[in-house]
Design a protein around this ligand. Sequence first.
Ligand SMILES: N[C@@H](CCC(=O)N[C@@H](CS)C(=O)NCC(=O)O)C(=O)O
Length: 523
Amino acid sequence: MTQNGEEVILFHYAQSIYSHKVLWYLKLAGIKYSECIQPPIMPRPDLAALGISYRRIPVLAIGRHVYCDSRLILQVLQERYPLPNASLSASQKAVQRLLQDWNHDQIFLHATRCLPYERSALGKNPAFLADRSEAMGRPFRIEDMIKDRPESYNYIRAMFQTLEDLLEDGRDWIFDSAVPSIADVDAVYIAQWIVTNPLMEGAVPEHFLSKKMFPKTYAWIHLFRKALQDAEVKASVPPALSGKEVFEKITSAPAGAFQDDMSYADSLRLKIGEMVEVYPTDWASHHRDVGELVMLKANQVYMLALELGTADRIELQTVVVAPVKYPGWSDDVLTVAESNPLAKLPTLVLGNNGDGVYDSKVICDFLEHEALMNKRSDPKRHNWRLRTLHGCADGMLDAQVLILYEKKIRAENNVAYQAWIDGQNEKIIRGLDQLELEVGRGTLQPPANDAPASAAECAVAACVAFLDIVGIEWRDGRQSLVQWFKRWQDRESFVKTRPNVDWKTGQNVDIGFGRDVLAGKKG
Ligand SMILES: N[C@@H](CCC(=O)N[C@@H](CS)C(=O)NCC(=O)O)C(=O)O
């Protein structure tokens, strides 16, 4: 269902009290929306499919944009679809914000403590208790809530007293408007929950809270419910969408333009195009969303979700590779090997020159930090090439280990497979060629005496040293690599950790396998 040509979709579940605010605003403002009902506990695959890690509810999508947090959602809805006949002056807006934060940050906690979990099925559901403990990062225990309730009764009574004072002159609505304003929505949702939700019946003792003590507030709550019922009569029932339908609608909506609005980029010194991480600071903080900053306004961080952002820029190609020639399985070995000497998948091919980034952990790092973070600056290719060489060295050693197993353990059991050994050898040869090339390109620099070597350089040196020790002839035609490797020979870290040296005593040791086996002699 569309409003002004765009899909408005609310992700919520019935027991979510913060969602009520948003639902009520949508109804009072007559906005046409659809809903996607979420489970009250994780996982939430509909949101995960959209690349959203934020785990709180509600979440609202307008077109292709997804908004998290009921306060932000209400702010955006008000900007686009204001409540008719209930606009607020600047000072009224300030009071509305105070009412919003007060209810959100303080009263909500006290109301949830009063919720008689001990009488409800939820309180006995281990999955629910485990889920909320995960979200809170500490055990979620009903007995703790019961213990703290007396304090919360006082907060709730104080809240009702404040509302009673606001409504003291007999006005219908908080700002004496003709119809409920956003301030009524923000002020009423917890009070209404406590007074009218059957689950909350008797939750707060009568000497703390009763109609007799707060008659104007009770009348206001019921008037609000009536206004809502009237709005519901006029509104059409929102269609319930499946996760798949929601995904299609949101990802096919036009991207829309962002202004380079960075008026709030003050203290954090953020720049558009930078990677940012966004998460709630009260709880469930470890559910974090990472993306590219596209706009920053008061209380609003706009970012491009990582998954959606990169998918557009990556062309997928289906290929098959295997270490041995096997029709239908190994057809693309040579194509993949142009970008990855190990001919393994996944391989990310960069730009036109066919440079590859591999293995999967390097690709992930690349996508996260380079493709998005530095999209507008020069990509530091050199660094990524070096990190990819870490994957290359690891892969060459993997191949060497596989050859060794094949020649020893499997040969002893008469199942050695020569074509397999040849296939692994080819990976090592292509890898050595790549290392030679990368020394020539300057990716592998001679190790500096006064600075630590990077993990990737150490991995390459260790790989070449191991191949050396097991007797692989690699020097012919690879003069640059020979020179580079020579520079490691007197480096302390290298000398002390050679595979054929006891690292504690420094004595040479027989590594027990290797040369003989690889040369075809009995190991
Ligand atoms: N600051 C958030 C708070 C949302 C919130 O905590 N919602 C509750 C439900 S009312 C929640 O998400 N609980 C945990 C969950 O459902 O995973 C907002 O205003 O939307």
